[in-house]
Design a protein around this ligand. Structure first.
Ligand code: ADP
Ligand code: ZN
Ligand code: ZN
Length: 733
């Protein structure tokens, strides 16, 4: 007999599914979309099961309105991965599934390609690129946007480029429009374009052979400094995959998705390369999603969200810069794309390669204990030489906007010889605080437990936690004095100071404020590569994934905060940043130098980094983690809760604690810490508390949470607070 009831997952924050009648003329399928009545609305949902009985009785159920798919949205493996995600991250199934669909599908649109008009350069236009385009700024911008390949029409609309601009360029014969239709083809033959490939070195050959000799699922850590040829290894691993008619997924950190990276893959292979990132509009995202699913694209490169792309025939996954924190989603489904990628490779029975110069301690631990295969590239490919590193003791030295005299002298030396200098300061704005010189009062955000950052350029004080802002105040709100001073140094101030210290050189600042506009980061990076600027200053953003061959001096201006942080991952992040920035310097044939300004030159972490290697640091850090029973030697779950008042939040987490401790699965190896106020105890008017659960194994953690969650959901205070679970949190704030 045909089932009469469909169980449907809906995008509602309720941890359950809903039963609907199946009318006799409709034929829903498991894993396919339907539209159903829900209260007064009609919602799109996913059928997760078909049954004959419901606890409510058939006559109480409303009928399905419409069947939207005649094939499942996901393959069996991907669907099972999503089920796993929902369970592992303790996130409602409906929300998890909807998280993994392009928004066009969430809205109930047909899973069909939308016609997409794209613009591309003509061969004549390509020649023109070399010659420049005179003074037409918008036209030049269009040409630059097309440099690395065809661009959908919509993108120009987003960039506020008039269609007359496009028309003018088309009339000149430089660009042309094409209607993009996916071509589903077999690309097995002539996969590789005719390009100059470097001759692989011995370590690269070993790495490639190890992966190729495996069968089915296996996870590899490819550890190699920047420039050691990891990307070259990826390219060589992808080739045979494509030759078997299979597809490749390449994940990169948010900041790593530059035209340079994409070009490298596009130039090497004669297969369609699809790029997926958070900036795509609905149509682009749907098309990218469909072309991977229907085998129209050979390679998908993308940031975190690309992980859940469906593939017709996935053959390999690569996670570049696997330690990067942008792989962890910090809201809704708080998944770690690297960890879920490993699970995906497992379910698809394919190899996965995690690449990094500075592997996360969790990953390194897995490699050292033999759970992952460990491949290393120890030398920089090409002609680059290692950097010289030194610690600059700034105790007692006068700092001019964060710069010590010896550093300024060093900068001058490098600049004089025609090289570029890069300075890191992880604080944007002019100053992290505005203080009264008379009484010490500090301008504080009313909605957060945090100080306002002083932004001179935009003439305002801004809270970096809730985004609130107001015009700069000129009078102390404590004593009425007008003698207000700024405290501390941010990138804006540094930029200003450098203009005074080095008027003969041009400075560029790269941080979230200066790169807010779409495309502005890319044009800044290419201006740097073209040598338009000699001094580069920036936050962490500048550290990742960019190659600047003329940078010979890199300085980290203020590392002391990370040495004595309450976050146990702070030292790991500092070590990674240090190695990453060292990798920026001294590429090509110019030797590089890295300088760390600190008040604690004797600190063991700095000494280990300077005189030994990342691996040495990592092994010491792992020993410390083991003693403290911190990850990867234990597994953490962070309960977060917030509300307009503090008391119910604390009370709720106390109840959670009791629930956990009274649970039969809570054993001697489990520990609960808290409730404690969150490091940022108040944000946007909400009081925030947290509770940390530590367990010895993942299965214990999963079983305990799954079984305790229903009891937690009905706790007296559960409705009074907003609470969430962060499984294996990366950020404890
Ligand atoms: P990574 O991804 O580790 O930063 P890349 O693969 O980008 O390293 O390699 C850095 C540079 O060295 C690139 O320009 C690349 O073409 C070149 N390269 C890679 N492997 C070799 C090799 N075996 N011999 C010479 N050059 C190489
Ligand atoms: Zn605030
Ligand atoms: Zn005052």
């Amino acid at each position: 007999m045909r089932p009469t009831i469909a169980r449907v997952a809906l995008p509602v924050p309720l941890d359950k599914q809903f039963d609907y009648q199946i009318p006799s003329h409709l034929f829903p399928i498991i894993g396919g979309r339907v539209s159903v009545p829900f209260g007064r609305q009609t919602l799109v949902g996913i059928v997760t099961a078909m049954v004959n009985e419901s606890e409510f009785g058939l006559d109480k159920l409303k009928p399905i309105k419409q069947v939207l798919d005649n094939q499942p949205v996901w393959s069996e493996q991907l669907y099972s991965l999503l089920l796993w995600c929902s369970q592992f991250y303790q996130y409602p199934l409906g929300d998890t599934l909807f998280n993994a669909m392009p928004s066009a599908l969430r809205k109930g649109k047909a899973a069909d390609f939308a016609t997409l008009v794209e613009w591309q350069l003509t061969p004549q236009g390509r020649d023109q690129l070399m010659q420049g385009f005179g003074r037409a700024v918008k036209q030049a911008k269009v040409m630059q946007m097309l440099e690395s390949g065809a661009v959908p029409h919509q993108r120009f609309v987003d960039e506020e480029i008039a269609s007359t601009t496009l028309k003018t360029l088309a009339e000149k014969g430089w660009i042309e429009s094409v209607e993009k239709k996916p071509i589903i083809r077999d690309w097995r033959r002539d996969v590789e374009a005719d390009v100059n490939k470097p001759k692989l070195n011995a370590e690269q050959v070993v790495a490639i052979a190890s992966v190729n000799s495996g069968e089915g699922f296996a996870c590899y850590l490819l550890e190699g400094v920047t420039g050691s040829g990891k990307t070259e290894v990826y390219l060589n691993l992808i080739k045979p995959v494509l030759e078997q008619g299979k597809q490749a997924l390449v994940l990169v950190p948010e900041i790593g998705l530059t035209p340079q990276t994409i070009n490298r893959f596009r130039k090497r292979f004669n297969v369609p390369v699809e790029v997926i990132h958070s900036g795509l509009n609905d149509t682009e995202r749907l098309n990218a999603w469909l072309s991977a699913r229907d085998n129209a694209s050979g390679i998908v490169i993308g940031t975190r969200s690309a992980l859940l792309t469906p593939f017709a025939n996935l053959g390999i996954i690569i996670v570049d810069e696997e330690h990067d924190s942008s792989y962890k989603q910090q809201d809704s489904l708080r998944y770690h794309a690297r960890d879920v990628a490993v699970m995906r490779a497992n379910k698809e029975r394919i190899p996965i390669i995690l690449g990094s110069a500075t592997p996360a301690l969790e990953t390194l631990h897995n490699a050292l204990t033999g759970k992952y295969h460990h491949l290393t590239l120890s030398a920089r490919a090409g002609s680059a030489t290692p950097t010289t590193n030194k610690v600059l003791d700034v105790k007692g030295l006068y700092l001019e906007s964060g710069l010590s005299a010896p550093l300024i002298a060093e900068m001058r030396r490098h600049l004089k010889s025609g090289n570029q200098v890069m300075l890191f300061l992880n604080r944007r704005g002019f100053s992290p605080a505005l203080m009264c010189h008379e009484c010490g009062w500090i301008a504080e955000c009313k909605r957060c437990d945090a100080y306002y950052t002083y932004h001179q350029n935009s003439n305002e004080i801004r809270c970096h936690h809730c985004g609130s802002q107001q015009p700069i105040i000129h009078q102390c709100q404590g004593c009425g004095s007008t003698h207000l001073v700024t405290v501390g140094v941010g990138t804006e101030q540094l930029e200003k100071q450098l203009a005074e210290l080095f008027p003969e050189y041009k400075t560029i600042r790269i941080d979230r404020d200066s790169t807010r506009r779409k495309g502005s980061l890319e044009s800044a990076l290419s201006a740097i590569r073209n040598g338009e600027y000699q001094i580069l200053i920036g936050t962490q953003m500048l550290a990742k994934g960019h190659h600047f061959p003329d940078v010979t001096l890199v300085a980290l201006l203020d590392v002391d905060g990370s040495l004595y942080s309450s976050d146990f991952r702070a030292s790991e992040r500092l070590a990674q940043l240090f190695i990453q920035v060292a990798g920026r310097a001294g590429r090509a044939s110019k030797p590089g130098e890295v300088v760390l300004q600190t008040h604690h030159p004797e600190h063991s972490l700095l000494q280990a980094l300077l005189t030994k290697s990342y691996r040495h640091f990592a092994e010491t850090a792992l020993q410390e983690r083991k003693l403290a029973q911190l990850p990867p030697y234990s597994f953490l779950t962070l309960f977060k809760a917030e509300a307009n008042q503090s008391q119910p939040v604390e009370e709720f987490l106390r109840q959670v604690r009791h629930t956990l401790e009274a649970h039969p699965l809570f054993d001697d190896c489990c520990q609960v810490l808290g409730p404690t106020p969150a490091p940022l105890a108040k944000r946007a008017g909400k009081y925030r508390w947290q509770l940390l659960l530590q367990t010895q194994s993942r299965p214990t953690m999963q079983k305990l949470l799954a079984s305790a969650k229903p009891a937690i959901q009905i706790l007296p205070n559960a409705k009074k607070v907003r609470w969430s679970l962060d499984i294996e949190p990366q950020d404890l704030s």
